[in-house]
Design a protein around this ligand. Structure first.
Ligand SMILES: C[S@@+](CC[C@H](N)C(=O)[O-])C[C@H]1O[C@@H](n2cnc3c(N)ncnc32)[C@H](O)[C@@H]1O
Length: 456
């Protein structure tokens, strides 16, 4: 039972070692061909293996004669997968060993190695060696499976307690949050519909349009999905479009739009009256947006494939300035590590400064197209000061025509009621016109949201 799910899981893990997934890792043909229960199992195994990689590697290192990093990719990933099943799931250890060995494929040498190491792990799985908590960097690196450079940054930015809380938060399986399509239904009717179908559904933590569901199986199988009654979106991401505060009849530009979660939210907030121009340089992501627009029944969205830093093409495509512009910028994504468990292993510290260059370029390109009196919102789903306050402060310095505007009035007070900056350093990372939603404080994905108004 479940051999196909494990084979596909192993393939996804091996692909993930070679390249980044542009969209979801769970979109390939072989994944989609699995029955719903197997898809859920495959997703859990892949995410769990990524999420706990350092714990798994330290166990493998204790029982393998070869260093983990020297093992062939397929053997290493099979060992990680097998150890994850033995340590973190209810699967009896002997069964976890044999099904992982079967999933490896035909190569008998690889199977023999996986079999030998997993058997030893299964026999001794009661005890896992951890660095002492006094050596906090090593402790968090192993116990909560984060790369060392991210651990150092978390400690520098949020202090020791903050870093521990944040890293342990990243290890939780995130809830699925839905955004009600208020043009088609109400939040309460959606909750009723889901409950009648046996899905555990409750209103979201903060926002009127949010619903949290506990589910087993693909979200696309939930009732109402194909009728466009909801989108899948975290409350942190929903907060961004609320801060843009688009009004019916306005012309709004979502500059980095794909795959379009915020574009469709902006259109819904406008009652689908006016125009949302959605641009991106990722063709496949814009394809996903096109699907969502049709599914949600939205009409006033114009999708344009373009690199917004190419000023010539921007000037050619748009006649006039915009009432509001959103730059939901590409970033290192350190605020969404619980959802994108693979990301922590792909990012390098040097990506931070590369990202800030891109973010500044994009902001500089869009700024002239904000109408005088218009609004510019800059957001990221990361937690580095350089990409957040650093980029926004520099933008304000270079563009005296913009002044910061407080985002908080556009968000419910409940979002900030229990907010006690856990460490003094935390205060440093936000200035006028910004909010920082922190996973371990707000319970949402991590988002930095900055708002500015063009004065002249
Ligand atoms: C964080 S994602 C946007 C997520 C999207 N706003 C949503 O809510 O679904 C950042 C996006 O910026 C796009 N991007 C990066 N550089 C760009 C550029 N120079 N011009 C246009 N889009 C760009 C990426 O392709 C990516 O889709």
């Amino acid at each position: 039972m479940g051999l196909a799910a494990r084979k596909v899981a192993l393939d996804i893990l091996c692909i993930g070692e070679k390249r980044a997934f542009r969209a979801s890792p769970f979109q390939g043909k072989s994944f989609r061909a699995l029955p719903p229960d197997d898809r859920a199992l495959c997703e859990e195994l892949v995410m769990g293996t990524w999420r706990w990689r350092n714990v798994l590697d330290s166990v493998i290192a204790s029982w393998s004669r070869y260093p983990v990093e020297r093992l062939e990719t397929r053997v290493r990933e099979a060992l990680r997968l097998g150890v994850y099943e033995i340590l973190f799931t209810r699967m009896p250890a002997p069964a976890a060993v044999s099904i992982t060995v079967d999933a490896v494929g035909k190569a008998s040498r690889q199977k023999a190695l996986v079999n030998a190491v997993l058997r030893r792990v299964a026999e001794h799985s009661g005890h896992i060696e951890m660095p002492p908590i006094e050596d906090l960097e090593s402790y968090i690196e192993t116990r909560f499976s984060h790369p060392r450079w991210i651990v150092r940054r978390f400690i520098d930015t949020f202090g020791e307690r903050g870093a521990l809380a944040l890293a342990s938060f990243d290890q939780r399986v995130p809830p699925v949050t839905l955004r009600t399509n208020v043009l088609k239904t109400t939040r309460d009717s959606l909750v009723d519909l889901l409950r009648k179908a046996g899905v555990q559904a409750r209103p979201g933590r903060y926002l009127d349009m949010a619903v949290e569901v506990s589910r087993a199986g693909p979200v696309t199988d939930l009732p109402g999905y194909h009728d466009g009654l909801f989108s899948i979106q975290d409350e942190g991401a929903m907060a961004v479009s609320l801060v843009v505060d688009p009004q019916p009849g306005e012309v709004v530009w979502d500059a980095c739009a794909a795959p379009g979660g915020k574009t469709t939210h902006l259109a819904e907030l406008m009652g689908d009256r006016g125009l949302v121009v959605a641009t991106d340089k990722h063709e496949e992501g814009l394809g996903l947006l096109r699907h969502s627009v049709t599914r949600l029944g939205l009409r006033n969205i114009q999708i344009v494939y373009m690199d917004v830093t190419d000023l010539g093409s921007v000037a050619g495509k748009f006649e006039g300035p915009f009432d509001r512009v959103l730059v939901d910028a590409p970033c290192t994504g350190l605020g969404v590590l619980r959802r994108r468990a693979d990301l922590r292993w792909r990012r390098r510290e040097k990506d931070v400064s590369a990202m800030t260059d891109i973010q500044k370029k994009i902001l500089n390109a869009v700024a002239p197209l904000v109408k005088p009196g218009g609004v510019l919102v800059y957001s990221t789903c990361t937690l580095t000061e350089e990409e957040n306050q650093g980029v926004f402060s520099e933008f304000l310095e270079d563009h005296p025509e913009f002044s910061p505007s407080d985002p908080r009035p556009f968000l419910p007070a409940s979002m900030f009621k229990d907010e006690v900056p856990p460490e003094p350093r935390y205060r440093l990372s936000t200035g006028p016109g910004t909010v920082l939603l922190l996973p371990h404080v707000h319970g949402t994905d991590g988002f930095f949201i900055a708002r500015a108004v063009r004065c002249h």
